[in-house]
Design a protein around this ligand. Structure first.
Ligand code: GDP
Ligand code: IMO
Ligand code: MG
Length: 421
């Protein structure tokens, strides 16, 4: 009877895909609970790289059932493209191993177009969204005008919902798609998804009571959480562990471990404040060494030093019980490493993330300096064989977070992982 949640502790792209795939080896179910195809989770197996956007990162194990929970927003065109591509590469994706919540909301072409139109209108205040229609779809969900996957089985219901969404008022004339075509396409997609549909809450409840191992895979990261991130520069869902309860339909007391994934430095893609950002050669070096370009949009990621203030915030809002540090190898060869443990704002020191965005935007990081290491850590399997300064770096992070580090990742492949016992 085990439910573990994997959550991102920063602004996304911490390596959740790699870690979920690794832990999925032991899992009977891997469940996405929020977000949509704004996510890009990379899993590398041997010479093969898989970039997953909607399908949970357990799909590479034929006996693991992957589930898309009701808290996810689904672009069915993207889902089927992903299924087709995986099948072409010899991966089994069928009705038995991919289940979709009947209640998940649907991203339509209207939502995608509105996402782009809103960003254009925001000009300098743009959020830097992934342009996948995520925000507008969640907006319709909350406004009670959303279209759910199960609704696609009925043409009249689709038309009624689209009418309720009042696209003629929301989209400019030149952006209006062909209404009849949209309805026909949604109906066809509904037919195709129908055999995958289930009640996810019931499925997971029963599996849990049968003693199955269940992994919830977070997308995005804590600082992109609509309630606990850098609002309004956030996504439109709750990536935090609590989001898993609502997004799947289970009680919080069913979750036994919350595994926080933290990159050994920090990245952010899109707009919004980022206190430890390095707009210099060191930032460029991290981007090149870490191949920090968006998995979904290809945009260069902004890079900076490790931020323990952000990590402690993540530990608190998620109830993190263990930490995984990824991409340690990217720091190999750096003479000096900096870790931010406090911020300075107008002469005042703070060790918390302020809720006020303008204050957060003005926070200056206060750094502890640590010596780096020269050795190549990417092939090391045993924690004790890591260079002393690398172990000190990990210990320092653990100490600042107040949580034990159980795994260290030193490369994108499965075996490039060190277990700390
Ligand atoms: P996610 O969105 O959290 O799943 O992360 P992404 O897949 O968007 O980005 C993480 C990137 O880092 C991917 O290209 C991974 O293959 C890669 N990666 C994961 N762990 C490691 C690691 O320990 N070292 C290195 N060098 N790359 C890693
Ligand atoms: P994974 O799961 C990094 C960011 C976008 C933008 C903001 C809002 O791969 O870690 P949205 O399209 O969600 O309305 O965009 O959130 N964002 C991500 N950044 N990783 C992600 O997912 C992200 N998903 C959304 O760049 O700043
Ligand atoms: Mg990603």
């Amino acid at each position: 009877m085990t439910i573990h949640v994997v959550v991102g502790t920063q602004w996304g792209d911490e390596g959740k895909g790699k870690i979920t795939d690794l832990l999925a080896k032991e899992a009977d179910f891997v469940v996405r609970y929020q977000g949509g195809n704004n996510a890009g989770h990379t899993v590398v197996v041997g010479e093969d790289t898989f970039k997953l956007h909607l399908i949970p990162s357990g799909i590479l194990y034929p006996n693991t059932v992957c589930v898309i929970g009701g808290g996810v927003v689904i672009d069915l065109e993207v889902l089927f493209k992903e299924i087709d591509e995986l099948q072409q590469r010899g991966i089994k994706v069928g009705y038995e191993n991919l289940k979709v919540a009947k209640t998940a909301h649907v991203i339509t072409p209207y939502h995608r177009l509105l996402d782009g139109q809103q960003e254009e209108k925001r000009k300098e205040e743009r959020i830097g969204t992934t342009g996948r229609g995520i925000g507008p779809t969640y907006a319709d969900k909350i406004a009670r005008t959303g279209l759910r996957v199960m609704d696609l089985l009925n043409a009249e219901w689709i038309m009624g919902r689209l009418k309720a969404q009042r696209w003629e008022e929301r989209l400019t004339a030149e952006k209006q798609p062909d209404h009849k075509q949209v309805v026909a396409d949604l109906l066809a997609l509904g037919q195709r998804v129908a055999p995958h549909l289930v009640d996810v809450s019931q499925l997971i409840f029963r599996a849990h009571h049968k003693g199955k191992m269940i992994l919830f895979e977070g997308a995005q990261g804590t600082m992109l959480d609509v309630d606990h991130g850098t609002y309004p520069y956030v996504t439109s869902s709750n990536p935090i562990s609590g989001g898993a309860c609502a997004g799947v339909g289970i009680g919080p007391n069913q979750i036994s471990e919350v595994i926080g994934v933290a990159k050994a430095y920090v990245t952010r893609v899109g707009e919004g404040p980022f206190p430890t950002e390095l707009k210099n050669d060191t930032g460029n070096l991290l981007r090149e060494r870490g191949a920090e370009y968006g998995t979904t949009t290809g945009r260069p990621r902004r890079c900076g030093w490790f931020d323990a203030v952000v990590l402690r915030h993540a530990v608190r809002v998620n109830g993190i019980t263990e930490l995984v540090i990824t991409k340690l190898d990217v720091l190999d060869g750096m003479a000096e490493l900096k870790v931010c443990n406090r911020y300075l704002h107008k002469g005042q020191v703070t060790d918390e993330v302020p809720a006020e965005l303008p204050v957060f935007a003005e926070c200056e990081p206060v750094y502890d300096s640590m010596p780096g290491w020269n050795e190549d850590t990417s092939g090391i399997l045993d924690y004790d064989e890591l260079p002393l300064n690398a172990r000190r770096y990990i210990n320092r992070i653990s100490e600042m977070a107040g949580v034990k580090v159980t795994l260290v990742s030193t490369g994108s492949r499965r075996r490039q992982t060190i277990k700390i016992i």
